[in-house]
Design a protein around this ligand. Sequence first.
Ligand code: SF4
Length: 215
Amino acid sequence: MSDNKNWTEEDLLPISALQHLIFCERQCALIHIEQLWDENRFTAEGRVMHERVHELGAEQRGRVRVARGLRIRSLELGLIGQADIVEFHRQDDGSEVPYPIEYKRGRAKPSDCDKIQLCAQALCLEEMLSTHIPEGALFYGKPHRRLMVPLDNALRASTAETAQRLHALIRSGITPTPEYERRKCEACSLYDLCRPRAFLEGGNVAQYLERMLSE
Ligand code: SF4
């Protein structure tokens, strides 16, 4: 990396890691520092849904050109990924305004993690196409509905701040200790690898490691 505004191609981190970071810093570190991954029903369903969306290919619907599975990246945010769907809306002057749409298997979440992921995609497209994208959408499987997302300054700032936090975590190379929260941890695909309750019961890192080594 040369500075925060000009990451190199080698520095780029997956856009999907933003969601991991927002969900749990430890989960993010386990996946992106320690390269651990364990799929559960939710992640498997999500992966299959994204693969199906990407396989549908491009199409033209009147003034809207639809691209699927576009490879995107931003050197400013230091992020790389793939956009589920980008609609290109043709304007009267012949120009096209991109409109990213991210598919989600379940319902809208209480946190802004989905909006931040969508905004990161939009910022990648803006940088790659030298354009401005005022809005995108999230498509939730439950209910089967599109939610419009204005890409305002607050969401852009929050996305940039999350990307910076992600780079700082990965650069540190340190996996945070678990913080057990029942609802979150029981939905986590890395629960068995993380073992947050064992850590909680142990009281400190040394005791936890001792117990792990003796098992
Ligand atoms: S089990 Fe809990 S603490 Fe561990 S990685 Fe998952 S969410 Fe984080």
